[in-house]
Design a protein around this ligand. Structure first.
Ligand code: SF4
Length: 108
């Protein structure tokens, strides 16, 4: 997601189609701001780029797939955990139930 940016039909920049229903996940609109500005200067997008995957929490923080999977969908993680850095709820539940594979956990 650190290299993903969506544009809705009305020119609104967003991570994906989430901004259809979540205005807080939109970061400006073309042509009010350019694609370059949306990519480089959006506070929301800057937070995403600086937080994911480095500050991701829970089982995702310890997962060997952290740098490729990045917690899967951060919008879903925000909805279920309260923050874009919250872990993926399914993997977190699996970990709490003792079902997350130990071979996928970084033991440091
Ligand atoms: S714990 Fe699950 S969601 Fe999180 S990085 Fe690993 S595979 Fe992805």
């Amino acid at each position: 997601m650190n290299n993903l940016m969506g544009v809705l039909p009305d020119g609104t920049f967003s991570l994906c189609g989430v901004a259809f229903s979540r205005a807080d996940m939109a970061w400006g609109k073309y042509p009010d701001i350019s694609v370059k500005e949306a990519w480089e200067n959006s506070p929301i997008y800057s937070k995403i780029k600086s937080s994911i995957p480095n500050n991701i929490e829970g089982i995702c923080k310890k997962c060997i797939h952290k740098n490729s999977c990045k917690g899967s969908c951060i919008v879903n993680n925000q909805e279920t955990g309260g923050s874009i850095t919250s872990p993926n709820f399914l993997c977190e539940l699996a970990n709490k139930a003792g079902l997350f594979p130990e071979t996928r956990v970084i033991n440091k």
